[in-house]
Design a protein around this ligand. Structure first.
Ligand code: ADP
Ligand code: MG
Length: 330
């Protein structure tokens, strides 16, 4: 399961359009939104702040900031109550179900944030994030390895579908949109109950619970500290190819463990009885303690030598692209 924002996409959205309600200016909408988003670490928040900076709009001091994971943010800006986020969040805050068709429809693939000031819908900000260049190939590689790939996102359906299509996922079957952080974790628990082993890949903004709920959490290295803490595997670079590489490495490791176990078992099953004198009655032959300890050391050396072949697995990925900070078995 892949998170969308910051995992499949670069997580560097840009503001591509701003709408203002009657009686509001576009600059007003952006200035108030940026003043709230200044306190948030979400990629969408940073994009809003950057857009305000580009237009030389000074941010206003804000107080009583609060953030609802996967929904949006709210704060007092110079005495005005400002709410920014997805429609559901903003409508709940202002208590009306005003439709965002108040504004022109957002462009395909964009994420729309609504802005409410003092209980009225004041405007909308459209942001565009692009998929990572390697996302399509990395997803294809996972599929080729026999892994089903799905995408979970808190974003709305149109944006989710556009990104899914761009990276080769089936927008009908492989995508769930509008899910809250807790829903991502619930979906994972559901899949696990149905007998699937689930790896969750995320940048940790709003998906640390899902990373923790999965059999294996894989954090994008440029993600948040909480993601790296919640995950078993950390990709040191923000490169999705690290995901199929981590699976390849994990499978090769497990294969080597099995080989080593089989080898050590056969070796000991053969030599222990000999050392204990099993051949003595027929051949008057046994292992001297000195030879026995040499044989024991040789067994360790051969197991380590076999394991060292794992270094060749790194040729399928760029060295150092993956680190595992805890022991994981995939
Ligand atoms: P994803 O699952 O794709 O990583 P998130 O769960 O982080 O997305 O966010 C889901 C949605 O919640 C966003 O598309 C946005 O509408 C809203 N949202 C989250 N954080 C913020 C924020 N700081 N400001 C405005 N909207 C936000
Ligand atoms: Mg995210």
């Amino acid at each position: 399961m892949l998170d969308k924002t910051g995992t499949i996409t670069r997580g560097e959205p840009r503001v591509v359009g701003i709408c203002a309600a009657v009686g509001r200016s576009v600059d007003d909408v952006l200035r108030f939104a940026a003043s709230v988003e200044d306190a948030s670490e979400h990629p969408l928040a940073r994009a809003v702040v950057d857009a305000a900076r580009e237009r030389d709009l000074a941010r206003l001091p804000s107080a009583r900031f609060s953030s609802s994971a996967g929904l949006g943010v709210r704060a007092d800006v110079e005495g005005h109550d400002v709410v920014v986020g997805r429609d559901q969040h903003v409508f709940a805050a202002i208590g009306t179900q005003a439709t965002s068709s108040t504004f022109s429809a957002p462009a395909a693939g964009t994420t729309r944030l609504l802005v409410a000031i003092d209980g009225d819908l004041a405007g909308a900000i459209d942001l565009l994030d692009t998929p990572r260049p390697e996302a399509r190939a990395a997803i294809a590689a996972l599929r080729a390895a026999g892994i089903r790939v799905v995408m979970a996102t808190g974003d709305a359906l149109p944006a989710a579908r556009a990104i899914a299509r761009a990276v080769g996922l089936d927008p009908e079957r492989d995508v769930r949109s509008g899910v809250l952080p807790a829903d991502k974790a619930a979906w994972i628990r559901d899949l696990r109950t149905n007998g699937h082993a689930v790896a969750m890949v995320g940048d940790g903004i709003n998906d640390a619970p899902a990373l923790a709920a999965a059999d294996v959490g894989i954090a994008i290295g440029t993600g948040t500290d909480i993601a790296i803490e919640a995950a078993g595997v950390t990709l040191l670079r923000a490169d999705l190819n690290g995901v199929p590489a981590a699976f390849a490495l994990a499978r090769a490791t497990l294969r080597t463990i099995r080989q080593n176990l089989g080898f050590a078992f056969a070796y000991n099953a053969l030599l222990l009885p000999i050392a204990a004198g099993a051949l003595w009655p027929w051949f008057c032959w046994t292992l001297s303690p000195m030879l026995a300890s040499a044989a024991m050391a040789a067994s360790s050396v051969s197991v380590v030598t076999n394991s060292l072949r794992l270094r060749r697995v790194t040729t399928v990925m760029r060295p150092g692209a993956v680190s595992s900070n805890k022991s994981v078995v995939m």
